[in-house]
Design a protein around this ligand. Sequence first.
Ligand code: FMN
Length: 381
Amino acid sequence: MTSATSPHSGVDGRHFRHVVGHLASGVTIVTTAEDEITYGMTASSVTSLSADPATMLACLNNSGPTAAAVARSGRYAVNVLGEANGTLATRFATPHDDKFAGVPLLDSVLGVPLLADALAHLECEVVERIMAGTHSIFVGRVVAATAYSGRPLTYFRGGFGRFALAQEDAAYRTVRDLVLKRAFAPGSVITVVDLADGIEIEPSSAFYALTRLEADGLVTREADRGYVVTAFDARTSDTTFDARLVIELGVIEQVVGELGAREKNKFRQRFDAMAEFLRDDRFVDFDAYLDANYRFHETLVDFAGSRVLTTMFEGLAIKQVMTRSFGATQESSQRFLQEQQRIVEAFEAGDKAGARDAARAYNTLAKDRAREVLAMHGGVL
Ligand SMILES: Cc1cc2nc3c(=O)[nH]c(=O)nc-3n(C[C@H](O)[C@H](O)[C@H](O)COP(=O)(O)O)c2cc1C
């Protein structure tokens, strides 16, 4: 259906990029050569089509020199990037006359550049070019393919990352839960070997888990001692909650009075989902409450439509702070929900001052409660 005949107006390009950025992918560099000149560009819209015959698809923007060169030469290589190839990915995503300077290459069957540091190579002959708006889909018959050991570079929400095996991820979650539930005293040392033995995981998974916990701020690496469990105190919780408040006040300033019925409805639904898990001043299920609470605040921040703000919000590690404070006891207070309900109502009424006031009141409640719980545990958790 073309846009002219569609009853729907379509999705705004900026919003589309944000949403489709949630589709994680691998990263490749598509290369070709023509008359001794090499061409290459970073591409994630590359996929396998069929195994028999072995066929790939590469979707390339027609405005760049690489797509035109692939069309003329009738061949291309897909260089699948490994986790250490982030710099190459950035270099080949930026128009430049000599992207290949200093990049080691391997010999190829089709005379296309194969990047020596890549994780895998697939050499393809173009059997069809499908024009699709700004892009061409190059259907390529695979004539040679080689893979090496290593892990892939990944791309998710505009950033490069590394792939975590499910087993390692499970180890990370287990160790994180142990730290958050205070199985280790603040300031105690965790070694890779003891951790691996203690919970029966591979030492490599224990190392992976500790490295991620370090990034979360839950452990600190000390050169002479190893990984030390970070103490959690009132300053950490105050700073985190205050930073969230500043973000939320900025969003309130920008969006209250501007939201449509669907957005307001979504916010109300997020609130209702959260309220399920806090009844009679007690958490019905703390983990479920925590997830729902996070989604409630994330939805508020997302209303600004700013990736920078959403990323800042994610970086606050608010879940860790809440787990290490509120999560220490099943007891809570309905007042949290009352203030959050006031936020929702102010959003519904387009009342900026009311929303600001409720957000501030909620933040004070959260900080006070964290201090109370900390006091019950001698000021540090
Ligand atoms: C992670 C990532 C993935 C990309 N994927 C594609 C893609 O699949 N197709 C495309 O046309 N451009 C893609 N680009 C953009 C191109 O790499 C970029 O426009 C590059 O400058 C094109 O090179 P050229 O202008 O030398 O041909 C991607 C960029 C990045 C950073």
